[in-house]
Design a protein around this ligand. Structure first.
Ligand SMILES: Nc1ncnc2c1ncn2[C@@H]1O[C@H](COP(=O)(O)OP(=O)(O)OP(=O)(O)O)[C@@H](O)[C@H]1O
Ligand SMILES: [Mg+2]
Length: 261
């Protein structure tokens, strides 16, 4: 498949074909199709329970499909052995709703963790790399603080620094702004944009924040009852005549005006 907006054929970082998954007879995914070209940002939207997180877990190799395939950089995730899965996860930066920072480690050691675990860098190289990374997210001054002493936004930035320190080519975000105030939300959205600009990474973002989604996405995808029912660039999405897209956007506008009133 080619990306017509740039006029050049792009490789696909992620390709999902006819993905099915049930839990105890309940179908969570009913044939998901989705592609994310390399270097682009795709935002997944959809009501609670529509299957967004389950889809992402398949892309991370944490769940096995009942049917269908998930390809990451052309390789089928379900067929990877442990070593290949490990290799793939090294290329993925994962940012969840909960930051999952290590509370007993300070900021520096949190960010250094993947380098110490997964590379053979000397402590000197670790120090240099961590310091550079902390500078990029504006946290040089906080290196010796512990997670409990940081604001929510700072914790997110530490989480981002840790998730990206191995320079992942694919960034996966599952609702990274949940429970954050508007200012921190804006900071996280900036971080997501940074991932694209600084790392040239491919991003798949799940967010309920529709305004941010339209701002950051190259492509938007709406999930409904276990399928991607609409996919396209923001312009196309806004004008979609698909009933579920219209309902989703109408609901969002209503909630937004209720909040403002
Ligand atoms: N490990 C699991 N075991 C059983 N059922 C699950 C499991 N994970 C997800 N489900 C079910 O699969 C469906 C899709 O869940 P999923 O977490 O993907 O929703 P979501 O779109 O991410 O929702 P939200 O916006 O609330 O995070 C739901 O009905 C959920 O209850
Ligand atoms: Mg979810």
């Amino acid at each position: 498949m080619s990306d017509t907006s740039s006029g050049t054929a792009r490789k696909l970082a992620i390709e999902v074909k006819d993905l099915h998954k049930s839990f105890g007879g309940q179908e969570a995914l009913r044939g998901v199709d989705l592609v994310v070209p390399e270097g682009t940002t795709c935002v997944l939207m959809g009501v609670s329970g529509s299957g967004k997180s389950v889809l992402m877990k398949h892309i991370m190799g944490l769940m096995k499909p009942d049917r269908g395939v998930v390809l990451v950089e052309g390789q089928e995730v379900a067929k990877m052995n442990e070593a290949e899965l490990d290799q793939m996860r090294r290329k993925q930066g994962i940012l969840f709703q909960a930051n999952a920072l290590f509370d007993s480690l300070n900021v520096f050691d949190n960010v250094a963790f993947p380098l110490r675990e997964r590379t053979k860098m000397s402590e000197k190289e670790v120090t240099e790399t961590v310091n550079q990374t902390l500078a990029k997210v504006g946290l040089s001054h906080a290196a010796t603080r512990f997670p409990g002493e940081l604001s929510g936004g700072m914790q997110k930035r530490v989480g981002f620094a840790r998730a990206t320190i191995l320079q992942p080519k694919i960034l996966l975000y599952d609702d990274p702004t949940a429970g954050l105030d508007p200012l921190t939300t804006a900071a996280v959205n900036e971080i997501i944009a940074t991932g694209k600009q600084q790392l040239g990474a491919t991003s798949l973002v799940i967010t309920p924040d529709v305004a941010s989604a339209f701002g950051m996405a190259d492509h938007l995808a709406l999930m409904f009852e276990g399928r991607v029912v609409e996919y396209g660039p923001p312009e196309k999405f806004r004008e979609s005549q698909h009933p579920e897209v219209k309902a989703f956007l109408r609901n969002w506008l209503r909630r937004r005006s209720e909040k403002r009133a």
